[in-house]
Write a protein that binds this ligand. Structure first.
Ligand SMILES: [Zn+2]
Ligand SMILES: [Zn+2]
Length: 125
C-alpha cells in the first residue's frame, strides 16, 4: 500500500577479520573501508606486547591460549600464532604441557612467566 522502500534491517557490522559482530563500545579500526576490531587488526608485535603484559600481570599463573585470548580480547587464532612466535624468542616464558590453567582450571598446554630462580639455573649451564 505504501511505495516507500522498507528500511533495511539493521545489521550489526561485522569484523572483516574474525567475522564476529562489532558491538557498540568495541574498539574498532577501518581497513580499506571495512570495519575490524582493534584487537583483530593488531600487528604481531602489538599482539605479543599485549599477551606479555597479561602474563606479567599474573606472574604466578599459567594460562592456556583460550584464556589468554579471552582475557586480552584477541581472536584465538591470533593468540595461538603469537604464542608459537613468543615461545621461540622469549626465554622468560615457559610452556607447560598438561598443567592446570589458572584461568579455566582445565589441564591444557599452558604458558606462564618462568620463575626468576629457574632462569638463573638455566643460565648457569
Ligand atoms: Zn574481530
Ligand atoms: Zn584456560
Amino acid at each position: 500500500m505504501s511505495d516507500m522502500a522498507p528500511l533495511p534491517p539493521t545489521r550489526e557490522p561485522q569484523c572483516v577479520i574474525c567475522n564476529k559482530s562489532i558491538r557498540v563500545g568495541d574498539r574498532t579500526v577501518f581497513l580499506d573501508g571495512d570495519l575490524a576490531h582493534q584487537g583483530c587488526s593488531a600487528t604481531p608485535d602489538e599482539l605479543a606486547d599485549r599477551i606479555e603484559d597479561f602474563l606479567y600481570s599474573e606472574p604466578a599463573g599459567l594460562f592456556c591460549n583460550v584464556c589468554i585470548a579471552r582475557t586480552c580480547s584477541l581472536p584465538y587464532q591470533h593468540v595461538a600464532k603469537t604464542m608459537v612466535r613468543l615461545r621461540a624468542v622469549r626465554l622468560d616464558l615457559r610452556l607447560m604441557i598438561g598443567a592446570r590453567c589458572s584461568g579455566c582450571g582445565n589441564i591444557r598446554i599452558t604458558i606462564g612467566v618462568r620463575p626468576v630462580d629457574e632462569t638463573l639455573y638455566s643460565a648457569d649451564d
